[in-house]
Ligand binder design. Sequence first.
Ligand SMILES: *Cc1c(COP(=O)(O)O)cnc(C)c1O
Length: 339
Amino acid sequence: MNPIADFRSDTVTRPTPEMRQAMFDAEVGDDVLGEDPSVNRLEARAAEITGKEAAVFVPSGTMGNQIAIRAHTQPGEEIICEDHSHVVLYEMGMAASFSGCLFRTVTTDSGLLTWDDIAPRLRPASDHFRGTSLIEIENTANMAGGRVYPLAQIREIAENAHAANVQVHMDGARVFNAAAALGCEVSEVVAPVNSVMFCLSKGLGAPVGSILAGPSDFIAKARDIRKGLGGGMRQAGVIASAGLVALENSPAGLPEAHANAKFLAESLAAIDGIELDPPLVETNIIFFRVTKPGQTAKSLREHLKSQGILVSGSADRIRMLTHHDVTRADCERAISAVR
Ligand SMILES: *Cc1c(COP(=O)(O)O)cnc(C)c1O
């Protein structure tokens, strides 16, 4: 039998031996009382790396985004974001049900907004509507295949938003992938935005957890909302310690995951009946279509599964992610199985 190569997502990454050792050795306390030294170290380090005043450890990226939306808005206000954003499609409608906000979405091919996309949808409060209070940008743009915002594009959005008294939140679930692709620091990527959420549990390989970072008063409010959602985690140092190892060690491995994605993309694009544009693969996410007559994305997924290669996707697209638990040899095996 073939070993399993799991390309479904970078969330499937397992903690490294070093993370497990850190978890075993973790100093802990009651984090709801602010007394867990490992959580406090993780939050301080995350604030430093993002260049923000403060940070809070949350159980998931979804909770981090939803706390940010709640803390930045009032009910009835409008959030401008891309149509395929995680906050719109995959967060259980919580922006509406928990924060009472409306989305004004923009459809793009790249998943990346420009100020020109946003400006026509921006409106100040009036007698008839509450107006825009938040712009949300996703970096990297997951459903667009992990595309990366150019730094100047983030700056342009944030400068114009701030001039209009509108806040900007970055869903940076994979912002470390963005920084690796740009060859810059995460702090440079997020400098223009008010707040950022990133996941420790995806490409960075930690078992659990995400970070929300921003100004001190915003993070104080976020802690309050986190507690209300049941996100007060007591001796969370057991998982925060793995997050700290992820934060320090894992970014160095992202370029290899990106190189594997590029290799996969170029090799798959050369196969007859596969539609894929390799230059669009900038980080660790690949989408492609199956155009060979008589074959579908579903039939190919099933064939790959029978060969021990797991991929995800929809009715018309296959999605593959590279990460530290898939090797170049796994990529080669996937390519020949597709062929
Ligand atoms: C995974 C993901 C999230 C949410 O993270 P969870 O930890 O799964 O809740 C948010 N945004 C994007 C873009 C993601 O890919």
